[in-house]
Design a protein around this ligand. Structure first.
Ligand SMILES: Cc1ncc(COP(=O)(O)O)c(C=O)c1O
Length: 469
């Protein structure tokens, strides 16, 4: 008889493949805990809605990218966090500690990264309509600008020449600037690569507001050669977000290496290639993203192979994930309130937050998974729709899901809310934005203080003639 084949265990899930945070457990009290902190206790201490971030989960994902790039890519590499996913001091500082740079898309995100102590050499500034003030702030900080269009290129050039005149005056006083101090720019290209994701989060197809069309490359390269005041360090592209396929990333790598090589042949000082982010995460059991390690291996191998084919020195390979670095490590904790049953239609259960703290369901029809923090093992015996508290019928967080029969006071945990929730939050209906706590080894740390109604009113003004004497 043939021996039984050795049983193989399925590979362990990586952070972006879990619906719940890496450190989520059920504790001795029978409650859900994350980072060693009982979620019921966190709700008591900090109130709800509450964002909770699993620090170990974020660090594990960051190390997955950084170590993976170092292991799989034969050249130099850098991982940068697309901080639009959630830009705040604590996450920027954590990324700096992990050797991860930051991608920013506004003066506000830039100021946050700088204040968090992120090395300017690792900050990259994106955006399709940067203001002149934002460009000036970027130049002053010495970060890299990812140029999106001709207007930006020309404005940057003008600002650089103006700065140069000031520097010439300094040079007469004995202070000079070296070649490497020239403003560093990359060009964002729209490579015409299609991928399967929501239309609002696809960016690499030709009909996109972002970046230069590949047809413009020849003109752009000529312009850069004629205007060496800007140091063109390389190319960037990003094809979209919440992508599960690997092939579009391979196609992107091949296409970008070819254009990068053309630029170098013409004499441009290209040394960096940024292939964007986009790896998806698991929101429900239907989602099946590749692991971070597999994504990194795929991208690194594709770029290295494309370079080898034409004997091109390996560029510094940059990737800029957002969602997959933090999405699965964030949860939102809500208190359950009112119920309404529409006979033969559905039962609504309302919570104390909604589209103001998580606009993704109403914006993209995004789906989520949930559990009760106070009764995580209770049987899911009721089909319900979890609604937010906003004056908007579409304010629904979870539509037609099986959950334990909920009562007022239960604590609902919605998983995988770390990315594009707090960063897209609003004050719709004048709801103050939630607090956020980062948890690790049983220690919670407040990383965002809960807004108050006073915070909201602080920005309002009555016309002077209406004010009482
Ligand atoms: C330019 C750019 N880079 C990186 C990202 C991050 O994408 P993701 O969060 O899907 O990794 C985005 C988000 O859409 C982006 O627009």
């Amino acid at each position: 008889m043939a021996p039984n084949p050795t049983p193989t265990l399925p590979p362990p899930l990586e952070t972006n493949q879990r619906i719940w945070p890496l450190t989520a457990t059920i504790n001795n009290a029978g409650h859900l805990a994350v980072g060693g902190c009982d979620l019921v206790e966190l709700a008591k201490q900090y109130g709800t809605p509450l964002y909770v971030i699993d620090e170990a989960g974020v660090r594990t994902a960051a190390r997955g990218y950084v170590d993976g790039m170092a292991r799989c890519y034969p050249g130099d590499s850098l991982v940068i966090y697309a901080s639009k996913a959630w830009n705040m001091l604590a996450l920027c500082a954590l990324m700096q500690q992990e050797g991860v740079g930051i991608d920013v898309v506004s003066g506000g995100e830039l100021a946050t990264a700088l204040q968090a102590g992120v090395d300017p050499a690792r900050i990259y500034f994106h955006g399709n309509n940067k203001s002149e003030q934002e460009l000036a702030a970027a130049l002053a900080a010495g970060i890299t600008l990812v140029v999106d269009n001709w207007l930006e290129l020309e404005t940057l050039h003008r600002l650089t020449l103006q700065n140069g005149q000031a520097e010439n005056r300094q040079a007469q006083n004995g202070q000079t600037k070296s070649e490497k101090d020239k403003p560093r720019i990359m060009l964002r290209l729209t490579p015409g690569i299609e991928c399967h994701t929501h239309d609002y989060i696809r960016t690499g197809h030709l009909d996109s507001k972002f970046g230069f069309d590949p047809d413009e490359v020849t003109g752009l390269f000529d312009w850069l050669l004629a205007n060496p005041q800007l140091q063109a360090v390389g190319l960037h592209a990003h094809i979209g977000s919440q992508i599960f396929e690997l092939q579009p990333h391979r196609d992107l790598a091949n296409g970008m290496v070819e254009i990068y090589a053309r630029g170098r042949q013409l004499g441009l000082p290209f040394s960096e290639l940024n292939i964007g982010g986009g790896l998806g995460i698991c929101y429900t059991m239907d989602d099946d993203p590749p692991a971070i390690s597999v994504w990194v291996e795929t991208v690194a191998a594709a770029v290295a192979a494309a370079c080898d084919t034409i004997a091109l020195p390996y560029p510094k390979l940059i990737c800029e994930p957002g969602r997959s670095l933090i999405g699965s490590s964030g949860i939102t904790l809500y208190q359950v309130g009112a119920r309404k049953t529409v006979p033969n239609v559905r039962t609504y259960v309302s919570v104390d937050g909604g589209m103001s703290d998580n606009p993704r369901p109403i914006t993209y029809g995004a789906r989520y998974s949930a559990l009760l923090a106070n009764r995580p093992q209770a049987a899911a015996d009721e089909l319900v729709t979890v609604a937010g508290k906003h004056c908007e019928s579409g304010d629904v967080l979870l539509r037609d899901v099986m959950l334990p029969t909920m009562q007022a006071g239960d604590l609902l945990v919605v998983f995988a809310t770390g990315a594009y929730n707090a960063s897209m939050a609003s004050n719709y209906n004048r709801l103050p934005r939630p607090a956020a706590v980062m948890v690790r080894d049983g220690q919670p740390a407040v990383v965002m203080v809960r807004e108050t109604v006073e915070d909201l009113l602080r920005q309002d003004r009555l016309p002077p003639q209406w004010q009482k004497a």
